[in-house]
Design a protein around this ligand. Structure first.
Ligand SMILES: Nc1ncnc2c1ncn2[C@@H]1O[C@H](COP(=O)(O)OP(=O)(O)OP(=O)(O)O)[C@@H](O)[C@H]1O
Ligand code: NI
Length: 449
């Protein structure tokens, strides 16, 4: 087993590799998500934080299969859903779309895939140190069809066990970027549910709240009639709606903002998902209600062992709810760490800037904001996209696109994409990390070797 395998209980339920989602307009190609890697683990919360326009929602929509034209998830992107029960169930229901990956892997060499025509990713896009680390299951999702290794609509991959005998399957995954039609409907809503910022986008004003939850129960759990009504009431109780038996018959406009968001969460849970994606679910609510909803999510997560992905631009919320944090900037993850480390030792200058802008963090000090705005990523990245706003930028930052690298030997899971932490590019300004460079004209040109 490769050293970077995470085995057993810690294995992520969702693995995002080299995710690229772009919008193709007449004018330009917007690389809203540009080579993103992260994981979601059952019972844990993966936080995604970044300013407006950094690509958080597009990342969520890519996982949900909800990217709308002119947007597309690009070839080479991979989003693996690793739940073994789902793989068994789908192999049974969709045998035509199920592939025995070991058989393909036996006859091909994963590292040679990078040399094939049509593969335009580098091994580092998959976080491999060298091409020899390439694993078939990472590359196949994004490129398998293009390389003619699998059929166009194959999306269920078995890596251990016999696809024709679902009970025998002990390892495999569903490649979400390749799901369509019935498989996609079974995945979205059935295995992965999403809660949006505005509860009214998820609720239909002309049906009662109960009706809408019952519809989800029928679709995903096959419940109907009195049984579905009873379950809807129980779900409303589970999300803390008082007098649920009466309120199940009310319409969305009869609910307050906080109660509506609770109802939407109940609706998301109606399909008994493994993964719950929350896109700024509390941003529109006042702070007291926001705190209650965050508590509720934490409670539900523990009860149901949910893998949660939580999107916000609020570092305070991230600190409260996350186990791991991914900081996004202009379509890229620029820093990732577990939450304690990220707050104790932020490494990327962007993360440091975000932390300085949390109210109340530095008593008495003036609140700072990062000057400027997130650029639209409409060109392939050939430099650091944060460099123009970065107080620590040096010459190479405008010439070299930084790789995600570990920032501390003692914490291999803490990585940042910043040349300050890349030995090949030694910044002359790194002496005092708290002191921004004042003189940006005497730029270092070292590292051009
Ligand atoms: N339908 C679309 N057409 C064109 N560009 C889009 C579309 N949707 C999103 N984008 C672009 O993708 C980029 C990322 O947008 P996204 O909504 O993911 O940002 P975000 O991080 O969620 O921001 P916010 O905090 O404001 O919600 C932006 O540059 C945006 O302009
Ligand atoms: Ni958003």
């Amino acid at each position: 087993m490769a050293a970077n395998d995470r085995s057993g209980l810690d294995a992520p339920i969702l693995t995002v590799r080299n995710l690229q989602t772009a919008f193709f307009t007449d004018k330009e190609t917007i690389r809203a998500v540009d080579g993103v890697n992260f994981e979601i683990t059952s019972g844990e919360t993966t936080g995604i934080v970044g300013e407006s326009g950094s690509g958080k929602s597009v990342t969520a929509r890519s996982i949900m299969g909800l990217v709308e034209s002119p947007g597309h998830v690009l070839e080479g992107s991979s989003i693996r859903f690793n739940d073994i029960e789902t793989v068994r169930d789908f192999a049974e229901r969709f045998p035509d779309r199920t592939v025995d990956l070991t058989r393909i892997a036996d006859t091909h060499n994963a590292s040679s895939l990078f040399e094939r025509d049509g593969v335009n990713a580098s091994p580092s896009a998959f976080e491999y140190e060298s091409v020899a680390d390439a694993r078939f299951e990472d590359v196949i999702g994004g490129y398998g069809a293009k390389l003619g290794l699998v059929d166009d609509d194959d999306c269920i991959f078995v890596t251990e066990g016999n696809p024709d005998d679902p009970e025998s399957i002990v390892d495999g995954f569903v490649e979400i970027t390749r799901c369509s039609g019935e498989v996609q409907r079974a995945m979205r809503g059935g295995r992965i549910a999403m809660v949006f910022q505005d509860p009214l986008t998820s609720l239909n004003p002309v049906y009662t709240v109960g009706n809408q939850i019952e519809e989800a129960l029928e679709l995903h759990q096959g419940l109907n009639g009195a049984e579905a009504t009873q379950e809807a009431i129980e779900l409303l109780e589970a999300v803390g709606i008082p007098d649920a038996r009466r309120r199940v018959g009310e319409y969305p406009h009869q609910f307050s903002g906080g109660m509506r968001q609770r109802a939407v969460i109940a609706m998301a849970l109606a399909c008994d998902p493994e993964v719950l994606i929350c896109d700024e679910p509390t941003t529109a609510l006042d702070v007291t209600i926001q705190a209650q909803i965050l508590d509720l999510l934490a409670e539900l997560q523990e009860e149901r062992d949910l893998g949660v992905m939580f999107i916000t631009h609020d570092m305070g919320v991230i600190a409260e709810i996350s186990d791991r944090v991914n900081v996004m900037y202009a379509g890229e993850v620029v820093e990732t760490a577990d939450v304690e480390r990220l707050f104790a030792e932020p490494k990327h200058p962007y993360t440091q800037g975000l932390l300085r802008s949390i109210p109340g963090r530095q008593a008495g000090e003036k609140l700072e904001t990062i000057e400027g705005t997130v650029p639209t990523p409409n060109e392939p990245a050939t430099a650091c996209r944060f460099a123009p706003r970065c107080p620590k930028a040096f010459g190479d930052c405008e010439r070299v696109h930084p790789d995600q690298l570990p920032v501390d030997e003692g914490a291999p899971d803490h990585t940042a994409a910043c040349l300050l932490y890349d030995e090949r590019y030694e910044s002359q300004s790194s002496a005092d990390p708290a002191e921004p460079r004042s003189d940006r004209d005497t730029r270092s040109t070292r590292g051009d070797d």
